[in-house]
Ligand binder design. Structure first.
Ligand SMILES: NC(=O)c1ccc[n+]([C@@H]2O[C@H](COP(=O)([O-])OP(=O)(O)OC[C@H]3O[C@@H](n4cnc5c(N)ncnc54)[C@H](OP(=O)(O)O)[C@@H]3O)[C@@H](O)[C@H]2O)c1
Length: 258
């Protein structure tokens, strides 16, 4: 970790899931804009490598925080890391997430409960940690990664995943509507299929392999569009032209959350 390459005057971003995929896209985009980073993930080796890369390539400070956010104590580890730094987070990106590839009733309850804790509890708790100081300073930027699958109720095998991400959308839009006038912008981002480790990790890589390339999003593009959207104070983003079109067409046809 580089000590104070930008000094305490630089803005700090917390990026959960910042070692891979969409979170890694955010980490590099924010670092390129001169923002110091507190990167949160479980794998310590990947955390160190990510922080080293960020500091070398962008000249900002990057701090690793090893925490499992599917456990209630995970968020406490992030807040302790923040206190140790003596810094306030101007940006929060909640990107840490994982899939739930089996049917609701075939998945052990403990796994489903941890999925909900990761997507709902950790996301809401971290928002709760940073918002008071963001309001006091009149500046805050929060991006919560949900999913396109959360915007519509269709039969599938990802019920708990979609439901937990629907929580993220509703929380983000409600917070944004109340806090926007105080300078705190909260955006829910609903990516469709994105080229990351996500499907390898949840065992669905083979299932999604044949889906045409034109549908797939690149994680860096998702991060870049999300930052632009958030800066405009928008509460919901469905990245990518095709997904956006599908979202609006389905919105007319079915019940929708976002
Ligand atoms: N890829 C897609 O097609 C897609 C589509 C819609 C929505 N999303 C959402 O996008 C977000 C980012 O996913 P991704 O596609 O970038 O996946 P990814 O490449 O697998 O990255 C996931 C990141 O989250 C971290 N993470 C996972 N579980 C964690 C836990 N329990 N505690 C702390 N960190 C954890 C991972 O690091 P460690 O493993 O080291 O903890 C990694 O940094 C997720 O919320 C996902 O639901 C993805």
């Amino acid at each position: 970790m580089k000590s104070g390459s930008r000094g305490v005057g630089a803005r700090l971003a917390i990026v959960t899931g910042g070692t891979s995929g969409i979170g890694w896209g955010f980490a590099r985009a924010l670092a390129a804009a001169g923002t110091d980073l507190l990167i949160v993930a479980r794998d310590r080796g990947q955390l160190s490598a990510a922080c080293r890369y960020i500091e070398t390539d962008f000249g900002v400070s990057a701090y690793p925080c090893a925490a499992d956010l599917s456990l209630r104590e995970g968020v406490a580890e992030v807040t302790e890391a923040l206190h140790r730094l003596g810094r306030h987070a101007c940006y929060l990106v909640n990107s840490a997430g994982s899939g739930s590839p089996q049917r609701f009733e075939d998945t052990p309850w403990s796994s489903l409960a941890r999925l909900v804790d990761l997507h709902c509890h950790a996301t809401a708790n971290l928002c709760h940690v940073v918002i008071p100081e963001m309001r006091r300073r009149g500046f805050g930027r929060i991006i919560n990664i949900a999913s396109l699958s959360a915007t519509i109720s269709l039969a599938g095998e990802q019920e708990m995943y979609s439901a937990s991400k629907a929580f993220v959308i509703r929380l983000s839009s409600s917070l944004n509507r109340r806090l926007k006038s105080e300078g705190v912008y909260v955006t829910a981002v609903c990516p469709g299929l994105t080229r990351t480790r996500f499907h390898v990790n949840d065992g669905t890589a083979e299932r999604v392999r044949r889906i045409p390339g034109i549908i797939w999003l690149e994680p860096d593009a998702v991060a870049a569009q999300s930052l632009r959207w958030n800066e405009r104070g928008r509460e919901l983003l469905v990245p990518g032209r095709i997904n956006n079109l599908v979202y609006h067409l389905l919105r007319k046809r079915f019940g929708i959350v976002g």
